[in-house]
Design a protein around this ligand. Structure first.
Ligand code: NAP
Length: 263
């Protein structure tokens, strides 16, 4: 029987591979057989992740915040490998600001990494995918782009943009064999939550209450879905967003029991 999740011989690029969801995704792609290019700024962490991988991983230090960074990083990738089959656009930063707190510089900062570099890196690698007969782009968005979170208007905007670009790119590149999908994580216990964990006592427990499965996610919960989208298991799926949140954004978790309500 053919293993449709086998990625042997494929070359994958993962941004933000130095920790969290990106680290778990890089490890899962490697375990499925892919050779992985790991991108991020923290060289020590990238080396740590790569050292536990088996298929000749490549560490490519890059800062995706500046104008032009997506394009130059794509070129740097193509200088290192003969082509790309899988791109996981995972690098991202949070931006917790109310509408009145948010400055224009902060707006630009979060859109530069979460949206602009993501798109330009993808465009920069698309010809290589087409030359190899197609490929799979997996964008990491967020339930924040779907459910209207409080105090995170700019971050939510970036993630909504990622899901919209996912559908648009799927239309542009479907005829060339490139599939483009996004994974929208819910609450995943990574470093991205560190500031909130320290500043808002009880927040972690309160948020957990709103998850149907009653636990926070871990990077591997998202990584397995990334492998699904990267692999031939999802060969007839493109332009989709799959929510990975244990039942939160679109699942009712109200404590009020229906039997307690008047009809
Ligand atoms: N955790 C959650 O609950 C959650 C929920 C929904 C969506 N997400 C999304 O999932 C993705 C990963 O988040 P995470 O939770 O794993 O966060 P994380 O642990 O903070 O990891 C973020 C990654 O992005 C990289 N990165 C940040 N700025 C960068 C830059 N300027 N250039 C290059 N790389 C950069 C970081 O690498 P370096 O520091 O080494 O550069 C790091 O590897 C993000 O897009 C986030 O928005 C997370």
């Amino acid at each position: 029987m053919v293993d449709v999740q086998d990625l042997t011989g494929r070359i994958a690029v993962v941004t933000g591979a130095s920790r969290g969801i990106g680290e778990a995704s890089a490890r899962a792609l490697d375990a499925a057989g892919a050779r992985v290019v790991l991108i991020g700024r923290s060289v020590g962490d990238l080396d740590r992740v790569a050292s536990g991988m088996q298929n000749q991983p490549i560490v490519l230090p890059a800062d995706l915040s500046a104008r032009g960074a997506g394009t130059t990083t794509a070129q740097a990738v193509l200088d290192l490998v003969e082509g790309v089959d899988i791109l996981v656009n995972n690098a991202g930063i949070p931006m917790r600001r109310t509408p009145s707190q948010l400055t224009e510089d902060e707006f630009d900062e979060v859109f530069a990494i979460n949206v602009r570099s993501l798109l330009m890196l993808t465009v920069g690698l698309s010809d290589s995918m087409i030359e190899r007969g197609g490929g799979s782009v997996v964008n990491v968005s967020s339930v924040a782009g779907i459910n209207g979170p409080v105090g995170r208007v700019a971050y939510a905007g970036t993630k909504g943009a990622v899901d919209a670009m996912t559908r648009a790119l799927a239309a542009d590149w479907g005829p060339s064999g490139i599939r483009v999908n996004s994974v929208a994580p819910g609450l995943i216990a990574t470093a991205i939550w560190e500031e909130s964990r320290q500043n808002v006592p009880g927040l972690i427990e309160d948020l957990q209450d709103g998850i149907a499965l009653k636990r926070w996610g871990v990077g591997e919960d998202v990584a397995d879905v990334v492998v699904f989208f990267a692999s031939d298991a999802s060969r007839y799926v493109t332009g989709e967003t799959l929510v990975v949140d244990g039942g939160m954004a679109r699942v009712g978790t109200s404590k009020v029991k229906l039997t307690e309500l008047d009809d």
